[in-house]
Write a protein that binds this ligand. Sequence first.
Ligand SMILES: Nc1ncnc2c1ncn2[C@@H]1O[C@H](COP(=O)(O)OP(=O)(O)OP(=O)(O)O)[C@@H](O)[C@H]1O
Ligand SMILES: [Mg+2]
Length: 393
Amino acid sequence: MGKLLLWIHTTYNWRKRPPPVVPPRAEVETGKDGFLQQLVDAVAAEVTKKTVNSIRQSLGMTMQTINKKVDDAVKATVPSLINEEMKRLSIPRLMVLPKKSETDVQKPQIVHHKFDEIVNLVEVDMPTMLKGPAGSGKNHTIGQVAEALGLKMYYTNNASNEFKLTGFKSASGEYQATEFYRAFKNGGIFFLDEIDTSDPTALITLNSAIANGYMAFPHETIDRHKNFRIVAAANTWGTGANTEYVGRNQLDASTLDRFYAMDFPYDKGVERAICPNDTILHFMWALRSAAEENKVRLIVSTRGIEKFYRLAMQTKIPVEQIMRGLVIKGQSKDTLDKLVGKVKQTTGLRKNVLFDKFEAVIAGKQDPTSTNANKEPGDLKDFEAMAWLKDDE
Ligand SMILES: Nc1ncnc2c1ncn2[C@@H]1O[C@H](COP(=O)(O)OP(=O)(O)OP(=O)(O)O)[C@@H](O)[C@H]1O
Ligand SMILES: [Mg+2]
């Protein structure tokens, strides 16, 4: 049943591109964590419900019509249901992107659950703005989208003035080109990163490029290349600074109006794939939820989880130190106490050695068993070498 559903998913969702590859993690495939079984059960239940409804509505029709209706219903629902369920169960999604050349060997890549949607938007030439928290994988994903569509990516970080977009003529009269100019002229994805730190008036320049098919640069006016696309990324909706992202600008309504705004949250499937250790994951996820619920300015990002895992596995740095450097940072004891209280009160975090150590650090106690001093960094790649990091389940 599982194989059938994944076959349907790959066949109907990826007609033109190479099919996604089933996550290779043994736990997922053998159902050790119960993920695949849960996924299949959930999808099967949903499909059955929809199928029965479809049959009921079709009563009175010929068997052939009913069969066709059921077939269409299954084809239409299964791919998106699988995607939804994978997201809910935080199953990592892997995909092989197209080869860049005949000799190129493409390894499966982990993709965010919004990947397909962004590919579709870019394909149909919809200027898109991804709004997501720090370190959620916006840059990483846009790079993958460009790769999937075989488009070159042109990158600009924050358009602090108009000339960062249009370019300018130097004292000798020579035109100094920009990434925006190159994308507009040659085709490709123009990726405007941190659009909400840009100068709002500089962005007005983009309006004509998006709306009209031409653009005046300092030395020439050119038509937009048919493969010119634009994607932006931001930490806010362009409505100005907030308590988490203080250096953000309010963007002009005419600019915002030209973009399809997409929420780009953290993806637990991606995090599970880049940090295959449940103790770290559950600890970090519990802190993230507690911080969100308590409106505390503590960022637990995909980037942070990746760094935590890498430092824990590849260095001798004691885990308390890693927590101080990646999680605690400048937080006050008051805030941290509140977080600990919230985790205990709300999350299903059971015995978790990292959380115990976190509490000890906050209480000012040093745990003598936490040192990794007698271990070589290489040893830490081996799970067995990390007695203190045993899974908490
Ligand atoms: N799909 C992925 N596969 C592998 N690693 C990923 C993926 N997505 C995110 N990461 C990890 O998370 C880190 C942060 O991703 P990225 O820089 O794309 O985030 P961002 O949303 O652009 O962050 P910011 O808002 O701070 O600019 C990456 O350096 C990478 O280590
Ligand atoms: Mg970024």
